[in-house]
Each structure stands twice: as structure tokens, then as C-alpha cells.
Ligand binder design. Sequence first.
Ligand SMILES: [Zn+2]
Ligand SMILES: [Zn+2]
Length: 555
Amino acid sequence: MLFSHFNNLKLMNINKNEFLFLPLGGVGRIGMNVSLYHYQGKWIMIDLGIGFADETMPGIELLIADLSFIAQRKKDLLGIIITHAHEDHCGAVPYLWEKLQCPIYTTKFTVNFLKEKLKEFRLKDMVPVKEVDINGSINLGPFNIEFINITHSIPEAHSILVSTGVGSALHTGDWKFDPKPVIGSTSNVSRLKEIGGKGDLLAAICDSTNILSKHNPESEGEIYNNIYNIIRRSKKLVAVSLFASNVARIETISQAAKALNRKVVLLGRSLWKIVKVAQDSGYLTNSAQFLEAKDVANLPREKILLICTGCQGEPMAATSKLANRSHHAFKMQQGDTMIFSSKIIPGNETRVHNIYNAFIEMGVEVVTEKTEHIHASGHPVRAELREMYSLIKPKMSIPVHGEYIHTHAHVKFAKECGVEKAIMVAPGDIVNLESGEKIDSIDVDYFGVDGILLRYPESSVIKMRRKMRDAGAIVVTAVVNKKNKLLAKPKVFAPGVFETIEDAAIIQRIIKTVESAFGLQSMKKIRNKIESSIFSILREYLLKRPIIEVQIEQV
Ligand SMILES: [Zn+2]
Ligand SMILES: [Zn+2]
């Protein structure tokens, strides 16, 4: 990864004894969770996740936070604490660890997950990933770091209690209170209550994902009967599409399949990876046997259940391949059932609906969480947030893990729950946790990962890509002599603007105006004339301003 773009921030003065919170990502937009805590001149980081780019960054899928601030202070960074194994919390480790070079602390499942991930990036033996017990704690310089087990949609999620000489803050991570999580134990509510009992928790840095939801709390344990009944009703092949990291859901589906005498086939590399990580960590030990497509080649379709990656319509994943009939081993048929045991992440609606429609056109029965209760969110709804605040009784709430629409609503709600103070923060804001005041702010940007290069959202490459996507380009090439006289007819290409054959007359007009510009004296005047005359021709046909590139070679 090339870091040449990293900012050279001016060194700012930070009072050594202040207990500070500084988010570098995870607020203002969903994903890219990275938080810093400071005390006595030392720093710790909680989570180092990736974000997912939207259509404003064409050609970019992954986003990573700008770590310039902490990279300049890496000698004082004591460690990275990972709350859980979701990509938005640990996915940037392979991209950014090199910049920080400090130990990583997390519990067994997340250690195993990270090691698999680092192996893919050929970094496994370089990055020190240290295992902490579930509900365990460690001392890092002036910090005591306590992992508090909490339920979510992946095993071993933890809230982190960061304690210093001047007080503590609870970084909730992603969580919900699930009485039946299917995998792993329930949330460590007694410890949360104990923290609240002391009445001195300075701040809760808390998950805002579901603040706008009107739902009641949902439990993973409620899903089983519904999934079981849908599979039981089906007389043909059943496939289930889900988030690969949802180990509890894999368990639920595999138990339902087992009970209904169907063999379970995993389709997708990330499912195999997560199953291996789960089994290495002591989970999924009593599940149905997970098989490959070739293992069930001789079984009738009604004896098979497929678990598939790609519930968000990812084009290369198993669900998409089944939808466009390009999967090498299975073709869905009339009467088969496709269950989407997941929700659509905002932004992916069109892609996922195209897949639903493709299945329906094949005569496949499509079941989604819109009509059947077959998915449970991993994040807290209002009732759970209220319970959390009443347990831990923080002096202040700092909502994170959301866009501003979420954190803004969460600020109001925290106050309704009796939290004295609640503040909204943006990436780069520095909050003194003892006084509860925002004391400063640093400039923080983010990058799109473009192969091994990093791109700012407003870099010229990205701006150019947006323009080319929306309006195309017109490229003019001409060869002239030393006196700027044309030596051959100029060439005009207009990819994304005009059709070569249907629009040939317009292209000819452009060539003519290009030719006429070469009567002018200076090269600058020639270029200006070419551009302005192309724009005036374009105005007659299109309300667009494509990129105009004029290449003149002088021989
Ligand atoms: Zn998250
Ligand atoms: Zn999560």
C-alpha cells in the first residue's frame, strides 16, 4: 500500500494528563470505525475497520481512514484493541497496520479471523495479534482495558471499558441484548450493572445504527422456527443467502437442515473461511456436516440445502451466480426456494432487487425478511439503548457508528434516557472525557483503496472518473509542423459521448472546427479555440460537459 498521500499534520499541543477521545472514522458515515483514546501522553486505538465506497467514488470499493495523526505519534501508540471480527471494525488492519506497527489485542475468535485475513495479505507472521480472554483485561501503560462480552451478530463481540487515573469510558462497540444468541454466551449484564453502580462512568461511546428503527428487540433464537418451517414446506432445493460472518445464523440453518434430513452445502469462499475460524475457536462443533457441491452430486435436490454468500448482491458471490445461472454446480429451477436471511444494507437495494426478480422469473420462491421473521439485527433498538443507559449510568453519551442522522437522533434519545449530557462528534473532534467538552479538532479525511494506491475522494483521478462516467470524454489528436500547420486530418474519439456510426455527422462537424483552429498563431490560442468550438457544438446536442482532451504533436 502506498502512503505518499498521508497528510503531514502540524503537531498540536496535547495536555499530557487529559483523558481524550478522538474518532478518526465511524461517525458521519457508517463503517471505517477507528477511535483513539489518550492519557498521560500515550494512545490506544479501538478498532481499525474499512468502509464501503458509494457511487461518488467510481471504481473504488473500500475506504480506509486517514491515520496521519496517529502515525506521526506511533511511538506512543500502545496497541490496537479490536472489539469484534466484522470488516467495519478490523478490515483495515492488513492495509494500515504497517503504518502503526503496534500489537493488536482481541479474543480468540477475532484472533483466528484476523490471522486468516493476514495470511491472505502475506502478513501473518509480521503482525503481533495477542489473545485476551473473553471478559478478560489487560494493562497498557496508563490504561486498563477490560473486555466485556456483549451479544451482536458475530461471536465474541466486546464492549471495552477504558480506565485511567481520572476515570473510565465504555466503548460499547456493536451490540444488542440478545437473551438467546445461539452462539456464545449472553451479554455480561452483571458487569455492566456493576460499572453503573459505581456511578462514575465518564462516558459511553455508543452504537447508533438502529436508533431510527421502530422495531422491538430481536433475538437470534427466534429465527429457528421460521427458517425450519420454510424449509419444511419446500419440496425441492432450498438455498439460504446470508452474511457469511453470521456464525449463529449458519448454526440455526444447519440445525434446521439437520432436523429435516437435508445435507448442508456451503457455497462461497468466505463461508468456508468463517466456518474454519469458528470451529478453530470452539464453535459450530455440533452443527450439520458442511459439504462441498461435489459431495452431494448423487443426492436428490430435495435432500440438499445450500448456504450462500452474497446476500447484498455482490456480483461474484454465489447468490448472484445462482441468479444469473452461471454457478458451476447448481442451477435453480421452478419450485425451488431461495431464502434471504439478511437485510439489505442501504445503497444495495437495486442490486439485490435485480437478484430477487431474476429468481422469480425462474419460478423460484423468494422469501425475505420483509414478509417473514428470518433475520435479526445485531444492533440495539431504542428499548435496548434505554436499558444500557440505565445499567451503566454514564455522565455523558457520545453516539458513534452512524451517519449524522443517526448520531443526532441518538443524542436526543440519550437525554430522554436521563443521560445528563450527550454530544455529537465528527471525525477528528477531540473530546476531553473528564470535562465532557470538545476541546479541539484535527483535519481528517479518508481514502479509497485503488489497487495498491490510495485516492482522496476529491483527488483529480476520482473527479475525472466521475466526469467520464457521467458525461464521457472527447479526445482530439492532431499532428502539426513547426509552424503549427496540420500534417494530417485530425482525429476525434468521443467515448461515452457519440456513437461512431450513428453520430458520424456530428463528429465530422467537430473535425472541421478543429481544422479551422489551426490557422491561429499560438498553440494556446489553438487549444482554446478547439475547446470552445467543441463546447458550442455540444450545446446543440447534449446538456453535458464531457472531458475534452486535446493532444497536439509537433514534428
Ligand atoms: Zn459495525
Ligand atoms: Zn459489527
